[in-house]
Design a protein around this ligand. Structure first.
Ligand SMILES: Cc1cc2nc3c(=O)[nH]c(=O)nc-3n(C[C@H](O)[C@H](O)[C@H](O)COP(=O)(O)OP(=O)(O)OC[C@H]3O[C@@H](n4cnc5c(N)ncnc54)[C@H](O)[C@@H]3O)c2cc1C
Length: 415
């Protein structure tokens, strides 16, 4: 009997590698081919802005699996092998030199790429973005004590790099066009709490300022703001958001809506093609809207479900989002979608630890952002995640009172 073509995965990143593993775990015995366009095997990106830049971890230590794993699991990992096209009619992916590979089911897990600056001077040496191990290597080379680092963008990447750079003895200025930090991620009160900490550590953070141009001859020497102020610096690191890598899907006529549009089983409008991780937008039952997430746990959870659905299990995806960040000795853990909230209840969970609960217009708990010592916030954020999954309506006063345990609220379903 003729065997089926392989399961093919485009994108050897977090989601792609985990999906390959999950296909085996779920009993797929046929071929699995994983195409990546980086020079290295799949790795974890979160340490790049944290332990790697701090010199506490090497990029090699970020690998998701060792070489033996791919051999033992019969996963044909091809690095430096960008997929150029998808031929849906032939059910093939097309590589450089027009080499073609058949697929039984195809997973697109191409992730996201940093938005690039389009200002004058943006192509000067010393302008960096952080997405890959190669980027992290270049930035690590810039962070010597006394160097002046200008970071454009006060999102999570910008703030994490700011924390790392100042810890390494650099002078750091963060320039943000919006009126505050983390605009898309958390309510203002949470952002203000984090910014306060950065300022205490010596980071110069400026809001509502536009960068007009990057200054320098061949290499960056400064940044000119729209009001004419010049900030001298030795390098620029831009963290101004990412865009999903949808080019392959678009060219193949697959639906795209702020990311490859999948249904709640992560299948595209082509029944043989799925998408997972940062690249896709999916309908979230709980929040009753289509969303695209850019976080590690989503990439992991998607991989687990998509592998099962490539095997026709038909499972729906409805996990409550969960995200974390580390800045200085603070951990930030976010469950749900705090930015969808209109009311905040704040619970002090330790000397320097707080949880900010976000409730929507109907009083439904939609998000919880814990900031501080991991031991003081992790348990409550986990319970909040379960409460969010139940669309619980809880009195803000109960949420704010640290003497009221959250777990019994869950058991009692106080909604
Ligand atoms: C510096 C940094 C720090 C982060 N920190 C955190 C954190 O603290 N907490 C958190 O929750 N999340 C964090 N994230 C986000 C998290 O790492 C991502 O959400 C996750 O990596 C997404 O996984 P993915 O598989 O969708 O995409 P990726 O991991 O980006 O993998 C996609 C892969 O596909 C490849 N590819 C693209 N096009 C092609 C093609 N045509 N052919 C072959 N291969 C292709 C890409 O090069 C890439 O290797 C961080 C991200 C970065 C960059």
């Amino acid at each position: 009997m003729k065997s089926l073509p392989a399961m093919v995965i485009v994108g050897a990143g977090q989601s792609g590698a985990r999906a390959a593993h999950a296909l085996r775990d779920n009993g797929w015995d046929g071929g699995i081919t994983l195409f990546g366009n980086e020079a290295v095997a799949p790795y974890d990106r979160p340490p790049l802005s944290k332990a790697v830049l701090l010199g506490q971890k090497t990029t090699a230590q970020c690998a998701l699996y060792d070489e033996a794993f791919y051999r033992e699991q019969r996963i044909d990992l091809r690095v430096d092998a960008p997929v150029q096209h998808i031929d849906r009619a032939a059910r093939q992916v097309v590589l450089q030199n027009d080499r073609r590979v058949d697929y039984h089911r195809l997973l697109i897990a191409t992730g996201a790429a940093p938005h690039r600056l389009t200002l004058p001077g943006a192509t000067l040496a010393g302008v960096h973005y952080l997405r890959t191990v190669a980027d992290a290597g270049e930035i690590a080379g810039e962070l010597a004590p006394g160097r002046r680092i200008a970071i454009i963008g006060a999102g999570f990447i910008g703030l994490e790099v700011a924390a790392t750079a100042i810890t390494r003895g650099c002078e750091v200025v963060v320039i943000e066009a919006a009126a505050r930090a983390l605009m898309r991620a958390v309510p203002e009160v949470v952002a203000a709490y984090l910014v306060e900490r950065h300022r205490q550590m010596g980071v110069d953070i400026r809001f509502a300022v536009q960068v007009d141009r990057i200054l320098g001859e061949r290499r960056v020497s400064g940044v000119r703001l729209a009001d004419g102020t010049d900030i001298a610096c030795d390098c620029v690191i831009a963290g101004i958001g990412v865009k999903p890598r949808t080019e392959l899907a678009e060219a193949a006529g697959i639906d795209v809506a702020d990311g490859i549009a999948v249904d709640d089983t992560l299948r595209t409008n082509d029944p043989h093609i799925f998408a997972a991780g940062d690249v896709c937008s999916f309908p979230h039952r709980l929040f009753r809207r289509r969303m695209r997430l850019e976080c590690w746990k989503n990439a992991e959870d998607h991989a687990r479900i998509v592998a099962r659905n490539m095997l026709e299990r038909g499972e729906t995806y409805s996990e409550v989002p969960w995200f974390w960040s580390d800045q200085y000795d603070m951990t930030i853990q976010i469950a749900g979608m705090p930015a969808f909230g209109v009311t905040t209840a704040v619970r002090e969970t330790g000397a320097a630890s707080k949880i900010f609960f976000a409730l929507d217009r109907d009083g439904v708990l939609v998000g919880a952002s814990g900031v501080g010592n991991v031991g003081d916030i992790a348990r409550d954020v986990r319970v909040a995640q379960a409460l969010i999954a139940r669309r619980a309506c809880i009195e803000p006063a109960l949420l704010a009172d640290r003497n009221v345990k959250l777990k019994p609220l869950l058991a009692a379903e106080v909604i």
